[in-house]
Write a protein that binds this ligand. Sequence first.
Ligand code: UDP
Length: 416
Amino acid sequence: MLEKVPLLEKRLDDYGDIVGADVCEQIHALAAPLQGARVLHLNATAYGGGVAELLATHVPLLRSVGIDAEWHVLRGSDEFFGVTKEVHNGLQGAPIEMTPAMRRIYLERVLHNALELENGWDYVVVHDPQPAAILHYLADRKDAFANTKWIWRCHIDLTDAQPDMWEFFRPFVEEYDASVWTMPEFVPGTLRMERIVHAPPCIDPLSVKNLDLAMPFATEITRQYGIDPHRPIVCQVSRFDPWKDPTGVIEAYRIVREHVTDAQLLLAGSMATDDPEGFRVWEETEEARAGDRDIHLLSNLHQVGAVQINAFQRISDVIVQKSLREGFGLTVSEALWKGRPVVGGRAGGIKLQIREGFDGYLVDDVESCARRIIDLLADPVGADAMGSQGKEHVRQNFLSTRELQDWLGLMGDLRA
Ligand code: UDP
């Protein structure tokens, strides 16, 4: 058996006050024909990054409406995650070749995992490339999976994927019954499958990361990390990953400080178990920081968990998500939900979340990033108004209940 992730308990009806009781009723109705269905979500890591964040809420919510859902993670290895991180980068457009050795390491490990996969599922949802080939290796157990519907969920922007890298994965993906994508433009034109669905991810307003937090509490947490809560704070919350451009954020901050001399920068990023690049990028970021005491680099190694992230996002004057590539960027909705304006890189799902000039700004380079931060710091009333608009945008479009509707709808369609 693969590793089963322990789950929190969530109750759909607790979301009624936030999204409306009618939305909860619609969800119960969608779930009615699926009662008792066995659903497996399979991904690479139980901690760190957006997919783990999503599943921690989505799977318990499925259970709360009568679906027998579980979340399992692959059994990887350092070598395997080294390869899958390269794959991730190549699929996002980095010039990386899928060498024969990489193929072997990848396929061998997926095969091992396939051997451990239990049967008896009505639906299996496989997230991202790491486990994508698993279905292929179940061909000789076809009968055991005869009643299983298979869905591949791609969280990555494949617009500029290395063609050879994508061609390696395409036949594996085409074996699935459906694929789900964050945005239509992420879907490669070469993909041939009957059911291609678009459904952006969401945030959980009742997770510890997003629950309301009293300001004195947020202030005290921030202060304990050596950050002055009474001076301007600019913050980016992200894994230490080159695509999140932490050094670009530092460059932008240096320009900001020429104009707002007391501004501070906070870069908070967790180290994911499937992301071996994190420590290298951390060191590069530390180098770019060059000992500046107003630039705070924090991670889960400093006990920065969900509560701290909640506090940092809430207390910041401006949130930045200066990604060069981005699948969705949950951190953007997380910040908007807390009423903070966001300056985001014009990439992937960030474009869905930030409506230019309403919830924040989209930027293409260090200079425009700095300019927008400076403008927002100079106009706190305007910044608050943008944050409030952003919060309503998130309520309408990017809360977990919407995602639940999408998935229950798809599962129902696949049964029909
Ligand atoms: N995150 C966190 N602690 C950190 C850095 C990130 O909890 O130190 C969370 C962040 O709040 C968000 C998720 O990790 O919920 C990152 O998701 P996103 O979609 O922004 O990016 P990904 O890591 O999936 O590329």
